[in-house]
Design a protein around this ligand. Structure first.
Ligand code: HEC
Length: 157
């Protein structure tokens, strides 16, 4: 029985590793270009949606109303103090328009990279506060309130 359990655990671990190894995107830090170490991630974020995002570079929550709503409340707890309640900009820049200091933010991979790894000054790495699944939800809410030029919305392509 014990041996069987070990074998099962081994198979599960290999499967998880294999799923990880198939990841097609390599998230990099927005400033340094260094590969982001996802092992720093808060627990609970390695969901099916996040694994799909790693494979495709697209946020599966962009079309999920419940996830978007939750993303809004997460934004209000961790981001609005600096970015404004409607992400209109405050201490940090507005996030609903098409002007981006880091144009990579107009792709889902790039937006995730800015969130997970942070940028300059007050924009610290958000893995301290949110797990990766929560980041995808926040990102989906930001996309849902986008007011910029649709042609610049690279995540739609
Ligand atoms: C303590 C204040 C603070 C908090 C909290 C904060 N930010 Fe920021 N954020 C900033 C500042 C300041 C900048 C500008 C940094 C720069 O230009 O490098 C920034 C930049 C950004 C950018 C890049 C925008 C661009 O134009 O390229 C994104 C995206 C972003 N923040 C998203 C978020 C999200 C989402 C959260 C919550 C999970 C968050 N931030 C939390 C202060 C903050």
């Amino acid at each position: 029985m014990k041996v069987k359990n070990i074998l099962i655990a081994g198979t599960v671990a290999t499967t998880i590793w294999a799923a990880h190894a198939q990841a097609e995107i390599t998230p990099r830090h927005a400033l340094t270009g260094e590969v982001l170490d996802l092992s720093y991630a808060k627990k609970g974020g390695n969901t099916e949606a996040f694994r799909k995002f790693l494979e495709t570079g697209k946020n599966p929550y962009n079309s999920d109303d419940a996830a978007i709503e939750e993303g809004h409340s997460l934004f209000l707890t961790g981001c609005s103090g600096c970015h404004g309640h409607e992400a209109e900009g405050k201490l940090g820049p507005g996030l609903a328009d098409d002007y981006w200091t880091y144009p990579r933010g107009l792709t889902d991979q790039g937006l995730f990279e800015i969130l997970f790894g942070g940028a300059n000054g007050m924009m610290g790495p958000q893995y301290v506060n949110f797990n990766t699944d929560e980041m995808l939800r926040i990102m989906a809410w930001l996309r849902s309130i986008y007011q910029g030029d649709p042609k610049k919305a690279k995540w739609l392509k």
